[in-house]
Design a protein around this ligand. Structure first.
Ligand SMILES: NC(=O)c1ccc[n+]([C@@H]2O[C@H](COP(=O)([O-])OP(=O)(O)OC[C@H]3O[C@@H](n4cnc5c(N)ncnc54)[C@H](O)[C@@H]3O)[C@@H](O)[C@H]2O)c1
Length: 409
């Protein structure tokens, strides 16, 4: 090259070339990520919505309605900020807290991971019963802080999340947005309060991942998640420990085991199996690699609500002196094979399903779940009462009424 025009990098040191290479690679990666995000449906909203529908979420806070929902000052009652009231567990928990005379203010972004009609119907029922749901996203820190200033809250009950094990393989960023960014944003808003509140939040039995020692105990190591969903829930528990350790925030994580019941989630097997038995569509029942039956510790919603309220009422204050870091299993302690779920639904619906047994796909489901609930029993007397048959009957009765299906007498 002697005598010619030097190229831009000619004559520069090898470390300069390396730096240039790194800068160009990072710029390329950023461009690639931006186009991936844009192609998933627009860049304005949270990922949970980008991939599932319209791009932006709303911020709707009517202060008068919020204050009415929080209730009159009564020192014997709680005032709970409850995220995820558009969702299955949040809806039932809000109803029960309200029924017991506590103040509740809900929050939900009403994303369309599943039927928004079902979420809005839950919202309207809650409104009739005196619980107002603010519309917004938990990852919107300024808005969450504004909502926390609306009432004299005594507790935060955080149930909003991107749920679902299999969907995590399709839309991982929705889990990062709601379960990681949303979780930390909420804890930061609580941390910034003059007096931090105790926080109870939903973890999941999925944190037990590939563990095969049953029943699952809170003492077991949980560091082999089988799905990104599980990894985000396990991360929540570790993040919670950090806020407890540094700031003295009181944090209770609840590992729910396959919750079912009226107004449940259409993405869960008991729900879409019911739909498919009625329509005659095929039902796929998974089997393990050695032909094992898949089993779940199906837990009825009323039992979960009892546990959630028990955990709330026993949560210590968020002060350095009193705070505790707690994790509890909330399950039924009686796992049943998925074939028993199908059999029970067929009996109740009076119709045989078109069942096919197929190998379990590698999308994060585990073979079996089984809860040991002795810690929750000791802490707040948690004792599940509803067997699968009784709970499914209540679900099917609701389903038939909600969707206008007539069942055999
Ligand atoms: N149902 C179960 O079997 C089960 C099992 C284990 C753990 N959990 C956990 O329990 C909690 C409640 O579950 P569920 O079954 O009621 O689920 P759900 O999907 O019915 O309810 C979650 C609600 O949170 C809302 N939401 C999601 N991301 C949000 C965000 N970024 N900002 C505001 N709102 C948001 C959704 O719109 C939804 O209404 C979740 O944390 C879930 O992961 C549920």
């Amino acid at each position: 090259m002697r005598g010619g025009r030097p190229s831009a990098s000619a004559g520069k040191s090898p470390s300069f070339k390396l730096l240039l290479l790194v800068v160009l690679s990072v710029a390329g990666l950023v461009l690639l990520l931006r186009s991936a995000v844009a192609s998933s449906g627009g860049a304005a909203g949270p990922p949970s919505q980008r991939a599932t529908g319209p791009s932006s979420y709303k911020r709707v806070l009517d202060l008068d309605r919020a204050r009415a929902s929080c209730g009159a000052a009564d020192p014997t009652k709680h005032v709970v900020f409850l995220t995820g009231t558009g969702g299955f567990v949040g809806f039932h928990t809000a109803r029960e807290l309200r029924r017991q005379g506590h103040g509740v203010l809900g929050l939900d972004n009403f994303n369309d991971y599943y039927s928004t009609k079902l979420k809005r119907d839950r919202q309207h029922i809650l409104e009739k019963e005196g619980v107002y749901t603010v519309e917004g996203d938990i990852a919107d820190g300024d808005f969450v802080a504004e909502v926390l200033r609306a009432c004299p809250f005594t507790h935060v009950l955080h149930l909003a999340a991107q749920a679902g094990v299999r969907y995590a393989a399709k839309n991982p960023l929705a889990y990062v947005h709601s379960n990681l960014l949303g979780f930390v944003t909420l804890l930061e808003a609580v941390k910034a309060m003059d007096e931090m509140l105790p926080v109870v939040y939903a973890s999941s039995s999925s944190v037990y991942g590939l563990n095969d020692k049953v029943p699952f105990s809170e003492q077991d190591r949980v560091d082999r998640p089988a799905s990104l969903y599980a990894a985000t829930k396990k991360s929540n528990e570790m993040i919670a420990h950090t806020y407890y350790n540094i700031y003295g925030m009181s944090l209770t994580g609840l590992r729910f085991f396959t919750v079912y019941g009226p107004y449940g989630r259409p993405d869960m097997a008991y729900f879409f199996f019911t739909q498919r038995i009625l329509s005659g569509e095929e039902i796929q029942v998974f089997k393990g690699p050695n032909g094992e039956q898949v089993q779940r510790d199906f837990t009825y919603i009323d039992d979960i609500v009892d546990g959630v309220i028990g955990a709330l009422e026993t949560s210590p204050k968020s002060t350095k002196e009193e705070a505790e870091y707690r994790v509890f299993n909330l399950g039924n302690t009686n796992p049943e094979p998925v074939t028993a779920l199908v059999q029970n639904l067929e009996d109740i619906l009076g119709k045989k399903g078109n069942t096919r047994v197929v190998p379990m796909p590698a999308t994060g489901d585990v073979l079996a779940t089984h809860a040991n609930v002795s810690a929750a029993y000791e802490a707040f007397g948690y004792q599940p009462k509803t067997d699968l048959r009784t709970g499914l009957k209540k679900f099917v009765d609701w389903y038939a009424e909600y969707y206008g299906v007539s069942l055999p007498k």
